[in-house]
Write a protein that binds this ligand. Structure first.
Ligand SMILES: *Cc1c(COP(=O)(O)O)cnc(C)c1O
Length: 380
């Protein structure tokens, strides 16, 4: 079945007792045992909860993996994946990484003996050169933030297979609706479900899918041992959000295409990053492997003073962090999402004080364009 059908049906056949069309919220910590040495399959909600399980099976099916896992946040999911590695292990990582992931990798895991090298993962030679005898995995963002670089997951997975590395893909910006990384050879996908999957800026959650059943057992052991699981209410909200993933993204992508075109022709904009443009370096990869170009746009204005004007004078577009929800949000990466990256490093990546990032929502495209237009042309 196609993703649009799979998402709409998450949890649908769960409740065989009453036939409830949505999965119930099993707000319980523990489960009664029918007899000595017997279990209903559920013992304690950290180890397994039916509402969470419906979500976990949902993400596994969308990805085509053996198992899925739901965590309290995207960062909790990434932390859990790092338990697969040991002191002395090395990972090769996308350089323009999500700021929170960079902070986790730089400020916390080196204490436990993990090493990270950051490279431009759109450069296959740079990835190969960064691999050491102790390298165990590649951690790659399929579409990066905020510069929207596109990784060739098929080619990267082939390098990983050849060198015996795990290929872990943070596919938050694309979702399985737009790119299925297991089909391209990856081993693990991770999501901040807080973004497009839940999709309404109302839940923080993390999701992981694992292709191989043996590796999935290990990840389950870590999930249950460390315990950063997603609660039943938030699992339910995430399922409810995911049901409309395809229609939301169709609309968001359509809007993003129109806004990107409009920005490109605006005299006060000097650069637009949007993979839907034919001249974007990642355009052909997404055209070949994916089902769209996403709904994120980054752009540089001509002078720093324009930044504040746009952030504060847009009326429909909110100045807020996060992305992927139905409402259009704009953020200033230098100060918000990428504040934890050293200034020189940020500049080298192209994240400067002229750069704004738009997460395009499902509103009417013309209303959004009119809003940007009035903010651009306001005085002072
Ligand atoms: C938001 C985000 C994360 C972290 O997820 P949280 O749910 O905020 O903990 C990780 N990776 C990417 C690409 C993100 O956008």
């Amino acid at each position: 079945m196609k993703i649009a059908t799979e998402t709409a049906h998450i949890g649908l056949e769960w409740d065989t007792r009453t036939g409830a069309v949505t999965v119930p919220i099993y707000q319980t910590a523990t489960f009664r045992h029918p007899g000595l040495g017997q279990s209903t399959g559920y013992d304690y909600s950290r180890s397994g909860n039916p509402t969470r399980q419906a979500l976990e099976e949902g993400i596994a099916r969308l990805e085509g993996g053996a198992r899925g896992f739901a965590y309290a946040s995207g960062m909790a999911a990434i932390t859990n994946l790092l338990f697969l590695f040991q002191r002395g292990d090395h990972l090769v990582v996308t350089e323009d990484l999500y700021g929170g992931t960079y902070r986790l990798f730089e400020k916390i895991f080196p204490q436990y003996g993990l090493e990270f090298t950051y490279v431009d993962t759109t450069d296959l030679e740079a990835v190969k050169e960064a691999i050491r005898p102790t390298t165990r995995a590649l951690f790659v963002e399929s579409l990066t933030n905020p510069l929207l670089k596109v990784a060739d997951i098929g080619a990267l997975s082939a390098i990983c297979r050849e060198r015996g590395l795990l290929c872990i893909v943070d596919n938050t910006f694309l979702t399985p609706y737009l790119l299925r990384s297991f089909d391209l050879g990856a081993d693990i996908t991770i999501y901040s479900g807080s973004k497009y999957l839940a999709g309404h800026n109302d839940t923080v959650c993390g999701l992981v899918a694992v292709k191989d059943p043996v590796l999935a057992e290990k990840v389950y052991f870590h999930q249950n041992s460390a315990g950063a699981i997603l609660g039943p209410q938030d699992s339910w909200l995430t399922i409810r959000g995911m049901k409309t993933l395809s229609v939301r993204l169709d609309r968001q992508q359509e809007n993003a295409g129109k806004i990107a075109d409009w920005l490109r022709n605006h005299p006060l904009v000097q650069k637009v990053y949007y993979p839907g443009f034919a001249e974007h370096p990642g355009h052909d990869i997404l055209k070949r492997d994916g089902k769209g170009f996403g709904a994120m746009i980054s752009f540089e204005v001509k002078e720093p003073a324009m930044v504040e004007r746009l952030l504060l004078r847009t009326k429909l577009i909110s100045f807020a962090e996060s992305l992927g929800g139905v409402e259009t949000l704009m953020t200033f990466p230098v100060v918000q999402t990428h504040a934890d990256i050293e200034p020189e490093k940020r500049l080298k990546l192209g994240i400067n004080d002229l750069l704004l990032r738009l997460s395009v929502g499902i509103e009417d495209a013309q209303d959004l364009i009119d809003d940007l237009d009035q903010a651009f042309s306001s005085e002072g």
